[in-house]
Ligand binder design. Structure first.
Ligand SMILES: Cc1cc2nc3c(=O)[nH]c(=O)nc-3n(C[C@H](O)[C@H](O)[C@H](O)COP(=O)(O)OP(=O)(O)OC[C@H]3O[C@@H](n4cnc5c(N)ncnc54)[C@H](O)[C@@H]3O)c2cc1C
Length: 489
């Protein structure tokens, strides 16, 4: 049992007879400690509790959900963290939960598109003087941007060494000077780059050209969770033993179990632990592991990238902007560009969401909330000089929040894509989950969810195997054995 206090899991004496041992094995309920009550930790806890494990979930914040954070202070839900379901299709690991809850989705893009694709989305882009960029030009530059990305794939396939997306851009421009656009078209191209940087929460100078497209894109396009992500978290966490304000700072692993200690000195012991902490927290070195993590695991933590994207949510008393999904300001550099998601389209509430990423997000985090909101509003005034001031605002700080220390993971230049898998691989009775352990869907909610399920299953198998219960389970549940398909006799 995972118990608070200074208890270790039961130790077996050397002279324990086999029959006593057998009885102990049968009597004990397998136990697990989950660390981090984000989507991954909650998914793992739910699965293990449903598999009759004794479960305790330790969470450092005074709330659950982690980087899923729906705020209700405006009188309606708005997401400060994740807000899209990437891949509105039945193959999405979260589709069943979302479907069962009847939660509405608002699609902002079509099949097989990443967020910076232009199809199906409606944009209104403006220059710094407030002149709207003609729509044909926006579409045309969008096509050029896609063409450049195709050329980037050719360039990187020819080279052994990795390079950044911005280096790859330069090579493509040298080879095909006609793709290097001028004037306002150049600025629109920078805006597309700015959207791409938002997707990775990182600057083009750091994103790997070899790996930028390695994640798996589910079909169905991207759907905004109209009522926020919170109902999903609430449903999955029902009935779990969650201890809020429990910041873990030490994890000890022994052959017969794990011991987890919090900042306040509370100790929990169990057969196994699932670590579902953000990559940024693991990178910070604030969690002591005993014994130390092996080099290959520590390298995965060090070498995976973690980017920053934030949201500055502006609530107005009326809608005075065009009826499009995205409003954007184009500029000479991607750093100078900006965009707003028009939540009014999806939710009917007069809300615009400003979303800076990479260095810009880092710079804005240095400001007070008030200054950050003013900055976002000043960007809006470039488009609409007569814009009325927001009545409320919310500002996220995912980069400096000690509970996240970053928004989500991405592939940095010169580092292999298999780092996600290395981060996931268990160490004895320690299992790892979280978006940064997902090779297929890193940086997403459904990715975090599926890693939680996977870690739970690995944990269940290992712990039950240890107690010899897996054999019984298999005997009981699958009496008629199905022959294995063996291709070589
Ligand atoms: C601004 C933003 C926008 C995003 N947009 C989208 C989107 O539209 N769609 C999408 O699919 N994904 C999006 N994402 C990514 C998505 O939110 C994450 O991939 C996912 O929520 C991560 O879940 P997780 O369980 O891996 O980590 P987390 O949700 O971060 O959970 C980890 C938990 O560990 C806790 N913790 C930290 N330190 C400790 C400690 N020492 N002891 C105990 N607990 C600790 C944290 O408080 C947290 O609750 C976005 C993220 C951000 C920040």
């Amino acid at each position: 049992m995972a118990s608070e206090g200074k208890t270790d899991p039961p130790q077996l004496n050397k002279d324990t007879s086999v029959s006593t041992l057998e009885r102990m094995k049968k009597k004990r309920t397998p136990s697990v400690i989950l660390i981090g009550a984000g989507m991954a930790g909650i998914a793992a806890a739910r699965t293990l509790q449903d598999a009759s494990f004794q479960v305790v979930l330790l969470e450092s914040r005074d709330r659950i959900g982690g980087r899923v954070h729906t705020d209700y202070s405006f009188g309606f839900p708005v997401d400060l963290g994740a807000s899209w379901l990437h891949g509105v299709c039945k193959e999405n690991p979260l589709a069943a939960v979302i479907g069962r809850l009847g939660l509405p989705l608002y699609r902002t893009s079509g099949d097989n598109s990443v967020l910076y694709d232009h199809d199906l989305e409606s944009y209104a882009l403006f220059d710094k003087a407030g002149n709207q960029v003609p729509q044909e030009l926006v579409t045309k530059v969008g096509e050029t941007f896609e063409h450049i990305l195709e050329e980037i794939c050719k360039v990187r396939d020819e080279q052994f060494e990795d390079m950044s997306i911005s280096q790859a851009f330069s090579i493509v421009f040298k080879r095909s000077p006609e793709l290097r656009l001028e004037g306002i078209a150049h600025n629109v191209l920078q805006w597309y780059l700015c959207r791409m940087e938002g997707w990775f929460a990182a600057d083009a100078e750091t994103i790997s050209a070899k790996c930028w497209d390695q994640e798996e894109l589910l079909p169905g396009g991207h759907g905004l969770m109209v009522r926020g992500y919170r109902p999903v978290i609430n449903t999955l966490s029902k009935g779990l033993d969650i201890r809020l304000n429990h910041r873990v700072n030490k994890i000890v692993r022994r052959y017969n179990g794990v011991k987890v200690t919090t900042e306040k000195g509370d100790t929990f012991a169990a057969d196994a632990a699932v670590i579902a902490l953000p990559l940024g927290v693991l990178k910070s070195g604030t969690i002591e592991f005993e014994p130390k993590l092996p080099d290959w695991k520590q390298e995965a933590i060090n070498d995976l990238g973690v980017g920053i994207e934030n949201k500055i949510i502006l609530n107005f008393d009326n809608v005075f902007w065009p009826n499009v999904e995205f409003l954007g300001v184009v500029a000479e550099t991607s750093y100078g560009c900006s965009y707003f998601l028009n939540l009014h389209k999806a939710t009917n509430h007069p809300v615009l969401v400003y979303m800076p990423a990479g260095q810009l997000a880092r710079d804005i985090e240095k400001m007070s909330d008030e200054s950050a909101a003013k900055f976002a509003f000043s960007q809006l005034q470039k488009i609409l000089p007569d814009a009325s001031s927001p009545i409320h605002y919310l500002v996220s700080r995912w980069g400096s929040d000690i509970n996240s220390l970053g928004s989500y993971s991405y592939d940095i230049v010169n580092k292999p894509h298999d780092l996600y898998e290395r981060l996931r691989v268990p160490l004895d009775n320690l299992f790892f989950a979280g978006e940064a352990t997902s090779t297929s869907y890193p940086g997403s909610v459904h990715g975090a969810y599926s890693t939680g399920l996977l870690a739970a299953e690995d944990c269940r198998m290992r712990v039950l195997e240890r107690y010899g219960e897996l054999e019984h389970e298999i005997e009981e549940e699958a009496p008629a054995s199905v022959p294995l398909l063996i291709s070589r006799m």
